[in-house]
Design a protein around this ligand. Structure first.
Ligand code: NAD
Length: 227
């Protein structure tokens, strides 16, 4: 049997209660990591926790709003108290949409999406990096979930696409600043993935999107490799 690639690692996953974040938690646990499932939705995080294979790992959930500096501060303190070490892998998956055409988009909808997708990613990146540096850990990996639409734009998503383009720039800067501490920062840009978030996209929009996808279907958050 192949060695578990994340054996003895502590991994934090925001947005771990659903979709891509849940699939990441499941895959990490399967690879031997202990997973901190972080989500604003307690019930969803509990549901994820129930699905995690746990041979020796003791996965834990944390109810956290990633837009709140106080919540993120408490999250890191709670993780330190529980595990006596910071997570060496952090995946920023928490995200929302509030789609509307630019001409009709309310300013609040713009702010809210930027707050969760971009500021939340900043707060968690900063908190994890501070904890890693303070602990003297020699390496870490922060993975931010952007989106392909942050690169190419998408009708009805001025707020979301701006937030995801921001995530790319934030990650590039984080990578430059944190490399000297052995912390790698990367963004992934998924296409359209079959999750509750994609379920909110009108069918006629999805039909158009699928015409651009060679496989003619939405992506599977598990990559089709798990479960
Ligand atoms: P999802 O809606 O299934 O899951 C998002 C999770 O984030 C939910 O569990 C939600 O409770 C949590 N969340 C929302 N606000 C939060 C907050 N303030 N604090 C903590 N948790 C919060 O969505 P998904 O499709 O799995 O998306 C995951 C990530 O992938 C998002 O960043 C999304 O923008 C990105 N993404 C999704 C797609 C797609 O097609 N589904 C494509 C590209 C990128």
């Amino acid at each position: 049997m192949a060695a578990l690639r994340l054996s003895s690692r502590l991994a934090l996953v925001t947005g771990g209660g659903s979709g891509i974040g849940r699939a990441v938690c499941q895959r990490f646990a399967k690879e031997g990591a202990t997973v901190a499932v972080v989500d604003i939705d307690k019930g969803a995080a509990e549901e994820t926790l129930r699905t995690l294979p746990s041979d020796q790992q003791q996965h834990v959930l944390f109810v956290t709003d990633v837009t709140s500096p106080e919540h993120v501060h408490s999250l890191m303190a709670d993780i330190q108290a529980r595990f006596s070490r910071p997570p060496c892998v952090a995946v920023n998956c928490a995200g929302i949409t509030a789609d509307r055409l630019l001409l009709k988009m309310e300013s609040d909808a713009f702010d809210q999406v930027l707050k969760v997708n971009l500021k939340g990613t900043f707060l968690v990146t900063q908190a994890v990096a501070k904890a890693l540096v303070a602990s003297g850990a020699e390496k870490g990996s922060i993975i931010n979930v952007g989106s392909i639409v942050g690169k190419v734009g998408n009708v009805g998503q001025a707020n979301y696409t701006a937030s995801k383009a921001g995530v790319v720039a934030l990650t590039k800067t984080s990578a430059k600043e944190l490399a000297r501490f052995g912390i790698r920062c990367n963004t992934i840009l998924p296409g359209f993935i079959d999750t509750p978030m994609a379920g909110k996209v009108p069918q006629k929009v999805l039909d158009k999107v699928l015409q651009l996808v060679p496989m003619g279907r939405l992506g599977d958050p598990t990559g089709g490799l798990f479960m």
